[in-house]
Design a protein around this ligand. Structure first.
Ligand SMILES: Nc1nc2c(ncn2[C@@H]2O[C@H](COP(=O)(O)OP(=O)(O)O)[C@@H](O)[C@H]2O)c(=O)[nH]1
Ligand SMILES: [Mg+2]
Length: 269
């Protein structure tokens, strides 16, 4: 299977992101902690002209925290920081603190003039990484900054989340640079590629081979001695009317098991 998913609108999206990035002081880059390196666009610095970045390693509740921590060097540096996060549950005060630290240059500059600065942020990341959830998580008590008439919900507003920090309410989609099928597949495993363009038998076969190598004990725990699609179909008695093993159904089930955390907490880099 070749995942031909590189969306045509990607180039337009990239141009839009570049425009959005110009308006902000800090970039909030949401990465799926199950595939943190694979959901990262390596050209972000170029796109953002080296703006400070806070990497949100999101869905940490689904990920292998040990493995994520082992990768942390990729997300640290001058102008860069990271946080392990669950957008559905984590308290956002830690994020706000980190944003302030990353924007210290602006804060200092304004302080010297006796003015409290506004720190503007935008959320970016691949589809399904949790960008909207993060915006909601940050904006629990937020008020729209720009004229927001009652009853009219517009997108494209700055939301004041406290501490002089404003978040743009519309996250930007930023894909990793994928000529690589390896990366495309990892995005597919976690649900960041539209399922319609995927062949599940091929996808599940590849996923199982990675998991058998990296997380053999989790695979045995879930599927016993079954290591491949045929064995799992047999084990689960997924059979078609004629008695043939139903590999399509099995494949879908395996990918779904992975996505819903039924195999366990996994990080595939
Ligand atoms: N388990 C878990 N699910 C999350 C987390 N953040 C987001 N989600 C879920 O992931 C799915 C996609 O989230 P969404 O915010 O719509 O992603 P977006 O496409 O990047 O805007 C939704 O079902 C969210 O509830 C998280 O930290 N942990
Ligand atoms: Mg969204």
């Amino acid at each position: 299977m070749k995942i031909n998913w590189f969306p045509g609108h990607m180039y337009k999206a990239l141009k839009e992101i570049k425009e959005e990035l110009k308006k902000v002081d800090v970039v909030l880059y949401v990465l799926d902690a199950r595939i943190p390196l694979s959901s990262l666009n390596p050209k972000l610095d170029e796109l953002s002209e080296n703006k400070p970045v806070l990497y949100i390693l999101n869905k940490i509740d689904l990920a292998d925290e040990k493995r994520v921590s082992a990768l942390k060097e990729n997300f640290k540096g001058e102008n860069k920081d990271y946080i392990l996060y669950n957008s559905n549950f984590s308290k956002n005060t830690l994020i706000l603190d980190k944003i302030k630290k990353l924007a210290y240059k602006k804060v200092e500059k304004y302080k010297a003039k006796g003015v409290k600065p506004t720190i503007r942020c935008v959320v970016v990341g691949v589809p399904n990484s949790g960008k909207s959830s993060l915006v909601n998580n940050l904006c629990k008590k937020a008020k729209a900054v720009t004229g927001n008439k009652a009853g009219v919900t517009k997108s494209g507003q700055w939301l004041n989340v406290g501490d002089g920090i404003e978040i743009y309410d519309t996250p930007g989609t930023l894909y990793p640079n994928i000529e690589s099928q390896e990366i495309a597949k990892k995005l597919a495993y976690v649900g960041s590629v539209r399922d319609e363009v995927l062949e599940f038998t091929s996808l599940a076969t590849d996923l199982l081979s990675i998991l058998n190598e990296k997380y053999p004990s989790l695979i045995s725990k879930r599927y016993g001695d079954a290591k491949n699609l045929e064995d799992i179909a047999f084990l689960r008695k997924y059979v078609k009317a004629g008695g043939e093993l139903d590999l399509d159904r099995t494949a879908y089930m395996v990918v779904d098991d992975f996505r819903k955390n039924r195999i366990g907490k996994i990080t595939l880099d």
